[in-house]
Design a protein around this ligand. Structure first.
Ligand code: NAD
Length: 361
C-alpha cells in the first residue's frame, strides 16, 4: 500500500442503518425508537400512489403525505411543504424516494430540527450525507449541517426492485461517481478507499439486472448496498472535478442529475488518470476492465445509459459558458484545471467519444 495512505484523518458520521428485503415494515418500530408518533412523509409526484399505501400499513402513524418533491430542492417547494408540515402536527419526517425526496426531507429538517428517517429507492446516496443542495431563482447552492443528516436510513431492497431501467442505470453510475472520486480525493483514506472499490465492484456486477429493470434480489441488494457505501464515500471525503462539472451542468443548464453523472464520469476519470495511476488501477480492477475511463464508458454504453451530452440536451454553444462557470470557484483536483483541458473534456463528452486513461506520471 502506498505510504501516503497510512497517514489520514477519518470522521464517521452518526446514524442507524437498517438494510434488507421488506425492511419498510420496520418503519413504525424505528419511529418508536426515535420517540415519534406521527410522520410527515415526503416523496416525488411519480411515487405518490405507492407512498399512499403507507397509510394502510401503518394506521394512525402517517400524519400527511406531501408528494411535491422535485430535483434540486427549490426553496419555494420547501416553503410550501413546511406549511403542510406545520398543519399536519407531525413529529418526524420520513422521506421516501430518490435524491429529490430525500433533499426535501433534509431541507425540512434544517428548518424544523425534526428527526428524519430516509427510505431511499434510487442509488443517489444523499441519505448518507450531511449535505443539502437547494435552488433559488435557478441558482443551486450547497451547505453542510449535522441537522440535515437523517437519524435513520431504511434500505429496503424490495422498494428498488421496480426501478425503471434508465433511472436504475444512471442512478447507479451516479453512485459509482462518488466512489471513483473518493479513490483520488485529496483527503482519501484507506477505509473509504476500501468501501469505494467494493462499491464499484458490487454495482458493476448488478448492472445487467438494473439495465433490464429486473427484480433479481441478489443484484438489487448488491446495487443498494453499493449505493450506501458510495454515499458514505461522498459524506466522508472531498469530491473533485467530476462533481463540480455535474453541479455546473445540472444546476446552470437544467440537465438531469443522474444522466449528467453518467456521461461525464469516464471523461473526468480520463482527465485525472495521469495524476492518479493507483486510483485508476483500483477502478479498472473493480470494473473487470483494463482501463478505468474506457471501462466506465462501456459500463454506461452496454447498459443503455447515455454517453453524450448532446443526447441529454446540452447545446454545443453552452460548452464555453460551462467551462467559465467551472473555473469560477477554483477547487482542488488531482490534475490541475486548465481552460483548454476542460474545453477538450466537454467537447469529447458532448460528442460521446470513448475516452481512455493516459499513462501515470
Ligand atoms: P430523483 O429523486 O429525482 O428520482 C428520479 C425519478 O425516479 C423521479 O421521477 C422519481 O419519482 C423516480 N423514482 C424514484 N424511485 C423510484 C422507484 N423505486 N421506482 C420508480 N421510480 C422511482 O433523482 P435522483 O437521481 O435519485 O436524485 C437526484 C437529486 O438528488 C438531485 O437533486 C441531486 O442534487 C440530489 N443529490 C443530493 C446528494 C447530497 O448528498 N445532498 C447526493 C446525491 C444526489
Amino acid at each position: 500500500m502506498h505510504r501516503k495512505e497510512l497517514e489520514f484523518h477519518f470522521r464517521s458520521l452518526p446514524g442507524r442503518v437498517i438494510f434488507g428485503n421488506g425492511t419498510l415494515m420496520e418503519l413504525a418500530n424505528e419511529m418508536d425508537m426515535l420517540g415519534a408518533r406521527r410522520a410527515f412523509v415526503v416523496t416525488t409526484p411519480g411515487r405518490s400512489a405507492a407512498t399512499r399505501q403507507l397509510e394502510g400499513r401503518f394506521p394512525g402513524r402517517i400524519a400527511d403525505i406531501y408528494a411535491g418533491a422535485v430535483m434540486h430542492t427549490p426553496v419555494e417547494t420547501t416553503a410550501d411543504a413546511e406549511r403542510a408540515l406545520a398543519a399536519s402536527g407531525a413529529d418526524i419526517l420520513v422521506s421516501i424516494g430518490g435524491g429529490s425526496a430525500i433533499g426535501l426531507g433534509k431541507a425540512l429538517a434544517l428548518r424544523t430540527d425534526l428527526p428524519q428517517i430516509a427510505i431511499p429507492t434510487t442509488y443517489a446516496g444523499s441519505e448518507a450525507t450531511p449535505v443539502l443542495g437547494q435552488s433559488q431563482d435557478g441558482v443551486k447552492t450547497t451547505m453542510q449541517s449535522p441537522k440535515v443528516l437523517p437519524e435513520t436510513i431504511i434500505y429496503d431492497v424490495a422498494l428498488s426492485s421496480a426501478l425503471p431501467a434508465r433511472i436504475g442505470v444512471t442512478s447507479a453510475i451516479n453512485a459509482i461517481a462518488h466512489a471513483v472520486e473518493a479513490l483520488y480525493a485529496r483527503d482519501r483514506n484507506p477505509v473509504t478507499s476500501l468501501m469505494a472499490e467494493e462499491a464499484i465492484r458490487r454495482i458493476a456486477r448488478a448492472m445487467p439486472v438494473l439495465a433490464t429493470g429486473g427484480a433479481d434480489a441478489d443484484a438489487r441488494s448488491d446495487a443498494l448496498y453499493g449505493a450506501w457505501l458510495c454515499g458514505i464515500c461522498l459524506a466522508s471525503v472531498g469530491m473533485a472535478l467530476h462533481h463540480k462539472l455535474c453541479h455546473t451542468l445540472g444546476g446552470s443548464f437544467g440537465l438531469p442529475h443522474a444522466d449528467v453523472h453518467t456521461v461525464l464520469l469516464p471523461h473526468a476519470v480520463a482527465y485525472n488518470s495521469a495524476a492518479e495511476p493507483e486510483a485508476m488501477a483500483r477502478i479498472a480492477r473493480a470494473l473487470g476492465s483494463d482501463d478505468a475511463a474506457g471501462g466506465l464508458f462501456d459500463l454506461a454504453a452496454r447498459h443503455g445509459g447515455p454517453t453524450s451530452l448532446r443526447e441529454i440536451g446540452l447545446d454545443a454553444a453552452g460548452i464555453d459558458r460551462a467551462v467559465e462557470i467551472a473555473l469560477t470557484n477554483p477547487y482542488w483536483n488531482p490534475e490541475p484545471l486548465t481552460r483548454d483541458g476542460l474545453l477538450a473534456l466537454l467537447r469529447d463528452a458532448h460528442a460521446g467519444t470513448r475516452p481512455a486513461c493516459r499513462p501515470g506520471r
